[in-house]
Design a protein. Structure first.
Lengths: 308, 308
DNA sequence: ACATGAAATGCTCATATAGAGCATAACGGA
DNA sequence: TCCGTTATGCTCTATATGAGCATTTCATGT
């Protein structure tokens, strides 16, 4: 009767790998922790001694970089088709972690890199940054022109328009992965099969740049509805420092007064009572994050027109 | 120099398992597709023949339930500590899928179950449903009283208050997983180690009920910012039918007029021109989902005070 | 033909939120 | 003391959200 089993075949074996996207923001630059001289993300196999996937990931980061890590969440899991050892598949489980940068790891090949080193087109702060986009856009259009038929060409142009915010559409900073994938398909990144004359931006080992893109996308989306930025801040900070951090992550400039209003009305911070003159100009009040408030209300915007 | 390797130990082996949470809404009831006579979710090992994790999952669902599945997204990956064959770990990758229920699978043990069968306390539609909550609440409080010391007891009460919306706090339908975990810790579900006199709600094999809870939580959160409900709707539907579907998922009643306004202002639907009298009362216009619109704007609420 | 019950729709009002700027305050340094 | 710079306060407008009241339009029973 209930003989539909959960498994009926001899279980195939696989290798589970753990990969970490560790993020920090220092001097207004978003950074990612890398090994192998900026070519790879910390990673290693999931082993029987690991108590959990996350514990295993923490262990590898610790071992490879000696860097402490705080807030961590799971990112995505995928089976890399390119890495198929005979009969065995590699299943990669990636994690996103947020910390504050600690200098002096001393490990060879380990370091913090600006993530815009890998995705220059994702930095839209400053007015001149549109130049990068214009160049990429031109080359993407050339790729679109090369589509097999008219509908295919139209579809390509539509995707370019949406992901890169052309044709009157607004730039959406969350579409990091979609943009990377579009460039990959267009053969404009070195790791693409039909790569030729790639756009600026360094590649990474295996699919690590893709995983990094996934991490950025997740983080850019998350800062909008969860107070995770504070994981990247020192204990005390000014509102402008907080703003600069968000801007670094989002890759966009924010309206100062409205940003303050947003932060203050949410009651996420409280004044320490001190101020700092280190920022130049009028001294800025120092704030601290109110963890207690976050624990209280499980912040989730309703968005549904509830009855009663 | 760059000898920090991605892997330096002989890779440990693991078994990768795929699990599917398949959801449909029929007759105003949210349902989940089960095998093993409502005790388990469709699942099976990831095999070398599978082209990708998702493809493998689709293959298992097809094989075990013969049910077609449409929209699919990855849910979560975890290593079940309880299922450790010697030296081997099981890594489970779960997926959430949305479809419309198709009758007559004919497979023994396979069927659609209301998900409130497993989580009765999650259904807050209708005024009398508070009774279930009151009972659970009383027993949770008893558990809180049994805390080792005063701070522990206070902390337990605080968690109960937040997750179950007590003490003046609002009920947050997204906290499905937190509520389940709280009940688990309190020993109020059969699968808990120190289970005794569990609350209503059927358990499932292994950690499948936990995975189901993860799926519900994700779906309840997602319907608020992505138009995924339409994956559950027939090609043509009335606004009330749409509302009932959302209510089924959210487990809460919505304000009718405001719901319409919300849907209509978002331009996600268009009139078919027809109407139906089958609903009783004044005939309702029939609508269809505008997939084209969704493709156009990669809907993501801004929430950041952008400059310019 | 007419009264009723059940929905479907239309609209209004008060209260938040979000987008853009103008104006003022408070320091360090020229 | 004047200036450049950054911090803060406030205002105004446009939109979105929460709650209801009022009409319309069918099917049915009398």
């Amino acid at each position: 009767m209930d003989q539909v089993p959960t498994r009926h075949k001899p279980a195939a074996e696989a290798i589970a790998e753990l990969i970490a996207v560790l993020v920090a923001v220092t001097d207004g630059e978003p950074r990612v922790l890398t090994i192998d001289r900026a070519r790879a993300l910390p990673s290693g196999p999931f082993e029987p001694t690991h108590r959990s996937l996350q514990a295993g990931m923490r262990s590898w980061v610790e071992q490879q970089t000696h860097h402490p890590l705080g807030y961590v969440e799971q990112l995505y899991t995928f089976a890399d088709r390119d890495r198929t050892a005979m009969g065995q598949r590699t299943v990669s489980v990636s994690y996103l972690g947020l910390t504050r940068e600690v200098r002096a790891s001393g490990e060879p090949g380990v370091g913090w890199q600006s993530w815009y080193r890998y995705f220059p087109w994702e930095d839209r702060r400053g007015p001149d940054t549109e130049g990068v986009a214009a160049d990429i856009d031109a080359r993407l259009r050339a790729w679109a022109e090369a589509g097999v038929d008219a509908p295919a060409r139209r579809e390509r142009l539509r995707r370019i328009g949406i992901t890169f915010g052309q044709d009157g559409r607004a730039w959406n900073e969350e579409l990091v992965l979609q943009r990377y994938e579009l460039l990959w398909e267009a053969g404009l990144v070195p790791e693409s099969p039909q790569a030729a004359n790639p756009v600026p931006g360094e590649p990474m080992t295996h699919d690590h740049r893709r995983i990094l893109a996934t991490g950025l996308a997740r983080l850019r989306a998350k800062i909008k509805y969860r107070p995770v930025v504070f994981e990247l801040m020192p204990p005390r900070f000014t509102l402008l420092q907080l703003q600069r951090t968000v801007e670094a992550l989002a890759g966009r400039l924010l309206h100062k007064q409205n940003f303050r209003r947003l932060i203050e009305q949410q009651d996420l911070v409280e004044e320490t009572g001190d101020a700092t003159t280190e920022t130049g100009g009028r001294p800025a009040k120092l704030f601290r994050f109110r963890r207690d408030v976050v624990a209280e209300r499980a912040v989730t915007g309703s968005k549904l027109p509830l009855a009663r």
